[in-house]
Design a protein around this ligand. Structure first.
Ligand code: PLP
Length: 451
């Protein structure tokens, strides 16, 4: 391919990157990733980088699996596209929906496909409102979500998300979306015990339902463990209380499993790990390990029975796309056959947990937590008081991320938290390398701050 500088110049001239100040990037030049294998990326300069983010939390079975390429190629030759709108279907959509019904917990037996997590959450907004309207309760239209949540970038899913800097652009949120606080004990728990704080934050849902009116609230949406908001692991008291409140007030519970799903937390779904019974689950990312764009909503027998009684005027050209569905199915086959989830639960997860939590001894780290293979560390100038840095939030996180890059490690920062979500197939030797590089980056960041 062309030399790096030429590629960077073309990229700067024509490519608008998501979530990026493109002008700044143009000055610096984007890092160009050319190949990947297992957990390792190669860039255009030949650097070998350990990807502790699995792309964007999605490449669960690792890069470079030829089985997926073969299935995609075969499916493209056989039936590259057909829609599922007008009383037609095809084998990949049938096979994938039945497989998902088998894997999903409880009576989540019905799948509405989408092309991404954002689209799936848009489906959910329309689905829960339509569900209540069909049940004769059209006033139930409010969806309660959480501040600082990420549920996608479309107008609907961006509204469900609770990131105000997203709402500020493009006139979000849409009406009838309400946000409550996160169960983020380390940053906001003050003197309360994690258990009391978890309960208090869950009870904000009950208070919101009472304030807004039980007859107006349709659903509550949340990730079992919040990912892009900073891998916030809730206290153990949080989810049982949320489940109790949803049951008591007949509020549909939507678990956004876009990150937590497909093994990330050591079970097929994060809902299993935190012990909830959602009515709807949002899926994407790990469903195909990112090899093809595909997402969807898995819904309960009860929700499907109501929705199936009328036409749902909703769908995407690529709902159940045959190539994406075939690739997803093969991905699920590999996860099962290679016992990838057992590897997370019994090998990589416990091994990583020991090493990751030990990072809390670093002078720059306030807390270091992980569930399965999604983890975070909070950077702080003073661990005992859990203080924030005087600099603008994210400044230190950015420095640390850059030090990771310089040490051939992709780790992301959310404000001043560092987060990881490596491919689930990561070996113990690769975990050693990951933690070594992360420690070196932390040391360098600490030294830079002391200057
Ligand atoms: N939901 C969650 C929890 C996510 O993390 C994301 C993406 O990061 C989405 C939804 C949106 O998915 P997509 O980017 O496929 O639209």
């Amino acid at each position: 391919h062309m030399p790096t500088a030429e590629l960077q110049a073309l990229d700067a001239a024509h490519h608008m990157h998501p979530f990026t100040t493109n002008k700044e990037l143009a000055e610096k030049g984007a890092r160009i990733i050319t190949r990947a294998q297992g957990v390792t990326l190669t860039d255009s300069e030949g650097n070998q980088i350990l990807d502790a983010m699995a792309g964007l939390w999605c490449v669960n079975i690792g890069y470079g699996r030829p089985e997926l390429a073969e299935v995609a190629s075969r499916q493209m030759r056989e039936l590259p596209f057909y829609n599922t709108f007008f009383q037609t279907t095809h084998v990949p959509a049938i096979a994938l929906s039945s497989k998902l019904a088998e894997l999903a917990p409880g009576d989540l037996n019905h799948v509405f496909f989408a092309g991404s997590g954002s689209e799936a959450n848009d489906t959910n907004i329309r689905m829960v409102r339509t569900y209540w309207a069909l049940k004769g309760k059209p006033s139930k239209s409010i969806i309660i979500s959480r501040k600082n949540a990420y549920h996608g970038s479309s107008v609907g899913s961006g509204s469900l998300g609770g990131m105000t800097y997203m709402h500020e652009q493009g006139g979000l949120p849409i009406p009838d979306v309400h946000h409550i606080n996160q169960p983020h004990w380390w940053a906001e728990g003050g003197e309360m015990s994690p258990e009391d704080f978890g309960l208090a934050r869950a009870q904000e849902l009950e208070q919101a339902i009472l304030d807004l009116g039980e007859d107006r609230v349709a659903a509550f949406i949340a990730e079992p463990i919040q990912g892009a908001g900073g891998v916030i692991i809730p206290p153990a008291t949080y989810w049982p209380e949320i489940q109790r409140i949803c049951d008591k007030y007949e509020i549909l519970l939507i678990a956004d499993e876009v990150i937590c799903g497909f093994g990330r937390t050591g079970n097929w779904f994060g809902s299993i790990t935190v012990g909830i019974r959602p009515d709807i689950m949002t899926i994407a990312k790990g469903l195909s390990s990112g090899y093809q764009p595909i997402g969807g909503s898995i819904v309960s027998d009860e929700v499907a029975a109501v929705m199936d009684s009328a036409e749902f005027n909703h769908g995407y050209t690529y709902s159940g796309h045959p190539v994406a569905a075939a690739v997803a199915l093969e991905n699920l086959r590999i996860i099962e056959e290679e016992n990838v989830i057992g590897h997370v639960r019994d090998v990589a997860g416990p091994y990583m947990k020991k090493k990751w939590e030990a990072l809390a001894d670093h002078p720059l780290v306030g807390e270091a937590r992980i569930v399965g293979l999604m983890g975070s560390i909070a950077l702080t100038p003073h661990k005992d008081s859990r203080a924030k840095f005087a600099s603008e939030a994210g400044t230190v996180g950015f420095i640390c991320r850059e030090r990771c890059f310089a040490n051939n490690l992709v780790m992301r920062h959310v404000g001043d938290r560092m987060i990881i979500s490596p491919p689930l197939v990561i070996s113990t030797e690769e975990i050693d390398t990951l933690v070594e590089r992360a420690t070196k980056a932390l040391d360098e960041c600490y030294a830079e701050l002391k200057k």
